[in-house]
Structure formats: structure tokens, C-alpha cells
Write a protein that binds this ligand. Structure first.
Ligand SMILES: Nc1ncnc2c1ncn2[C@@H]1O[C@H](COP(=O)(O)OP(=O)(O)O)[C@@H](O)[C@H]1O
Ligand SMILES: [Mg+2]
Length: 367
């Protein structure tokens, strides 16, 4: 029998119970063997493809987190995380954005027709937009719609994990993702660009960007590569151009703020119906994730203290009610009554002014 160091490595990884590291390692071997022994490389590659990696561990899967924390801390840091979402939550999207994402699905469905004409369905996209507006959620949603596993690559981990080896680490991850249809999500891709100003690892970062440049363009069209950034201005324009699609996420429109509030209120929507206009007004300009946090807080208030939750809404949304001047409190009460159809009595109580004052003020404004 021929002795090979690779065999030893594969055996060690397999016996350590790290099937996904085995997979990563094999993907590396395929790359190496392509030049020296293309037939062997093809056979290996076939094996990888024939055994899709639905259950594997290069990635930390969510259930691993339930293990004894002492144990999991000793595990090597992984670069990839497989995410599986059981919910069928749909992101709220503006029309233009939704049609862009639907386009991805549509091109997949028509891929044969497209390929006959020498066209390829989009296989890469870059998502830009502020935090908390659904970039990760949409990557998730796409993976679910395409019925593909979703892997998230933490680029900061790639860089810090094995210093000086980040290039080959990134390559292994990309090879791994190429070896079977999946969605690979490169979150915070600007992490590469951002650190460019730091002289010490310029060479290393350049190498990473170059690897990505090579890989994005001919990403397998059965898979999907998605990069995301909150800082588009930091991303290398050469990299940007390589993506098939450029998708911009924005803060929710007024219409979507309302939809989000109602969705996040869930079964409590009815009990909040009289303050919905007020909530929409107060959440304008916030991200979906901020809106969700606020709504969850208010719902908890409601269930813990059903009597006092209305004042809780106000003290939460207008934390400085106490510090408002009398004039300010009066005009706020008037606003609640006029714009949000609040009963005068309630507005009066919340803001500590008399009903008469409110009534007079409204009459004054009307005359
Ligand atoms: N478009 C959206 N529709 C519904 N909920 C959203 C949306 N965007 C964000 N959220 C909520 O905020 C959370 C965080 O959003 P995420 O997709 O991680 O934002 P991003 O990746 O853009 O920073 C989501 O899990 C979801 O609860
Ligand atoms: Mg995100």
C-alpha cells in the first residue's frame, strides 16, 4: 500500500468525527489533484457531489449550541455556520426589492430555457443597506425558496482564525460551497475592505479580495453566492462589479412600517388598534429590527400590566414626558386627540392636563 500524508489527515479527521472537515479537506485535494491527476480529481469530486453535505460539521449548527458549553468551547473555531430556519417568516419588502428577489427564483425556474440560449441564471448577488432591514433574512428566505442549505461565512473569522493562512482557508470554504448546490452568505463583506487601511495586513487582504474576484464570476449556477454590507462605500468597486445582481435594501416605507407593526403585534394587534397610528408615527425612520424590539417590549408590558400598558407605551416612546413643559404637554395631548383619534379623557390623563384645556385648545385651533 502506498503511504500518503493525505490519507493520514483524512483518517484523523474522520476518526475525530468531523465529517465536514473531511469534506473541506477533500475539496482541497480535488483542487490540488486537478493538475497532477485530473481523473482522480474528477472521481473525488463526484464523491463529494454524490453525498451532499446536509448533515455536516465544518459548520456549527444551531443544535450544537445546546451542548455542554464547556465541551463546545474546546471545539475548533469553525468558519462556516449552517443555518436552518423552521419558520416560514417572509420578509416585508418594498415592491422593487421584492421583484428583484423574485427574479432570482424565476431565473432558476427557467434555467433550462435560458441555458439553451447561452444565458445563465443569476448566481451571485450583493445586498446593501442599513442594519436590521432584512438582508440576512432575505438570504434565508431565498435559500428556503430554492430548497438549498444556507451557509454563513464569517469573514472576520477567516482572517483571524489561522493567521497567515486566511487565503487557503477562504479557498477551502469556497471549494466546499462549490462542491454541492447551496447558498453561501458572506456577511459583512466590507470586513475585508475596512481593514485595508491597517497597513499590517494589506497583503493578506489583497489576497482575499483577489480570491473572491476569481470565484464570484463563475460561481456555479446551481448555487447562489450572496454578499452583504452595511457599508457599500467601503467595498472594492472591482469586487462589486463581479456580482450578477446589486440589491439595495432600505428603511421601511410608511406603508411597511404599518405592516411590520401589525405583523409584530401578532395576536395582540386588536388590543393595540387604537394606538396603531401613533405607533406608526413614532416608528417612522426605524429599521424593522428596531421596530420589532419596540413592539415586543410593549407587548410584554401589556401582558404583565394590562391596566397600565397604555401609559407604558407613552413613557417608552416619549421617555421624557415628565420633562415636557406644560405647553408641550398640552399640544401633545391635542395631537393625540386630533391626529390619532384618542379619547380626550385618556389623552388628558396620560399627559397630566385637564380635559377642558384640551377641548379649549382644539376649539382655538379650529377657529
Ligand atoms: N424586511 C423585513 N421584514 C420583516 N422583518 C424584518 C425585516 N428586516 C428585518 N426584520 C427583523 O429584524 C431581524 C434582523 O434582520 P436582519 O435580516 O438580520 O437584518 P440585516 O441583515 O439587514 O442587518 C429579523 O430577524 C427580523 O425579525
Ligand atoms: Mg445581517
Amino acid at each position: 500500500m502506498k503511504r500518503s500524508p493525505e490519507m493520514l489527515d483524512v483518517a484523523r479527521l474522520a476518526l475525530e468525527g468531523k465529517p465536514s472537515d473531511v469534506r473541506l479537506y477533500l475539496a482541497k485535494l480535488v483542487r490540488k489533484a486537478r493538475k497532477e491527476d485530473p481523473e482522480y480529481a474528477a472521481q473525488l469530486e463526484e464523491l463529494l457531489k454524490a453525498q451532499p453535505s446536509r448533515s455536516n460539521g465544518v459548520m456549527r449548527r444551531s443544535q450544537h449550541q445546546h451542548q455542554d458549553p464547556g465541551l463546545s468551547q474546546k471545539e475548533e473555531p469553525s468558519l462556516l455556520r449552517e443555518v436552518r430556519v423552521s419558520t416560514d417568516q417572509e420578509p416585508l419588502l418594498d415592491k422593487a426589492l421584492e421583484s428583484q428577489l423574485q427574479q432570482v427564483l424565476l431565473e432558476r425556474r427557467c434555467s433550462e430555457k435560458l441555458e439553451e440560449k447561452g444565458l445563465r441564471p443569476a448566481s451571485s448577488a450583493i445586498f446593501q443597506g442599513p442594519p436590521g432591514v432584512g438582508k440576512s433574512m432575505s438570504a434565508n428566505w431565498l435559500a428556503r425558496k430554492l430548497d438549498l442549505p444556507l451557509y454563513i461565512l464569517d469573514l472576520t473569522a477567516v482572517m483571524s482564525s489561522l493567521l497567515g493562512k486566511s487565503g487557503s482557508n477562504l479557498r477551502s470554504v469556497l471549494d466546499f460551497a462549490r462542491s454541492h448546490p447551496c447558498v453561501l452568505f458572506l456577511d459583512e463583506i466590507d470586513a475585508i475592505a475596512k481593514r485595508r487601511s491597517d497597513e499590517s495586513d494589506v497583503g493578506e487582504l489583497k489576497r482575499l479580495v483577489n480570491i473572491l474576484l476569481q470565484e464570484i464570476e463563475d460561481w456555479p449556477h446551481k448555487g447562489l453566492l450572496i454578499a452583504a454590507t452595511n457599508h457599500p462605500e467601503l467595498v472594492d468597486p472591482a469586487l462589486w462589479r463581479r456580482f450578477d445582481m446589486d440589491v439595495t435594501f432600505t428603511l421601511p416605507s410608511d406603508e411597511n412600517v404599518r405592516k411590520a407593526i401589525i405583523e409584530f403585534l401578532g395576536s395582540d394587534a386588536q388590543d393595540f388598534s387604537h394606538v396603531i397610528d401613533f405607533l406608526v408615527d413614532s416608528q417612522r425612520g426605524e429599521s424593522y429590527s428596531n421596530i420589532k424590539r419596540t413592539i415586543n417590549k410593549l407587548r410584554k408590558h401589556k401582558h404583565i400590566d394590562p391596566e397600565g400598558f397604555e401609559s407604558a407605551i407613552f413613557s417608552y416612546l416619549i421617555p421624557d414626558v415628565e420633562e415636557l413643559s406644560r405647553q408641550e404637554r398640552i399640544s401633545f395631548a391635542v395631537k393625540l386627540v386630533r391626529e390619532f383619534s384618542f379619547p380626550k379623557q385618556r389623552a388628558a390623563k396620560l399627559l397630566g392636563v385637564s380635559r377642558d384645556t384640551i377641548r379649549k385648545k382644539i376649539a382655538e385651533n379650529q377657529s
